[in-house]
Write a protein that binds this ligand. Sequence first.
Ligand SMILES: Nc1ncnc2c1ncn2[C@@H]1O[C@H](COP(=O)(O)OP(=O)(O)OP(=O)(O)O)[C@@H](O)[C@H]1O
Length: 257
Amino acid sequence: MISLQHIHYKREDRLILNDISLDMKPGEHWVILGRNGCGKTTLLEMITGYFFPSSGQVEVLGNLYGRCDVREVRKSIGYISQSLMEKLSLRDPVWEVVATGAYAFLRFYQQIPEQVEKQARELLDDMNFGHLANHPLGTLSQGERKKVMLARSLMADPQLLIMDEPCAGLDLYEREKMLLEIDRLRKRNVMVVYVTHHIEEIVPLFTHVALMKDGQLAGAGRKEEVLNKELIKAAYDIDAELEWDSGRPWIKVKSGG
Ligand SMILES: Nc1ncnc2c1ncn2[C@@H]1O[C@H](COP(=O)(O)OP(=O)(O)OP(=O)(O)O)[C@@H](O)[C@H]1O
């Protein structure tokens, strides 16, 4: 579904991505993990076609970038990021914010088709959010807004869902609620690619991990294989132990590590 071959990306003489090759296949869900500034968001921008590699090949959902209309491919990609969140109107009712996900725009200036409204409300009901459907987005907590973003991204029934740090800034309670919704994506026919710094956000849904360090891959593959002491040391420069609980890793940093 996603094939990145020898991706290099240079910006102002700096190599931001250095020879990244990754194959993400149907049925897999990937986490891209690594420290601040290691190139995670840049890699997502390659997949969404907003950045073009200096060299290398990007193929997404059977489309080779450079030889296809990326705007068409994007219709099958849902994208959740803080910058999109900031563009949404806080005055609009939640159901309407969700409904805009069916189209490539952020606000409605005309009558919303009944079927689209119904679908938006059903998605909110499915997340046990129906009671907030008529509230203005701005009255919701940060965690609730993130869930609205998730519902919005599902309106267009994407084949690929990309999430850039969707749990950033959430407290423990809100984060776990959000992760629960993300884990429920397994019942949908969608591949998830998820960027985070935090190992404990790797919920059972995720099958694979790409661990980045300074624009390169420190490791990539099945999460149980990639998440080991040696690779975590290589990517994070800390000594840590991992404990697995029902397919979810928890990290224990050694004192002084
Ligand atoms: N406009 C830019 N011009 C030059 N360098 C940039 C620009 N945007 C980002 N970078 C650099 O590219 C590198 C990778 O950035 P990127 O945002 O992809 O990292 P990240 O892993 O997503 O970081 P974070 O976890 O902090 O969001 C960083 O070192 C950053 O300083």
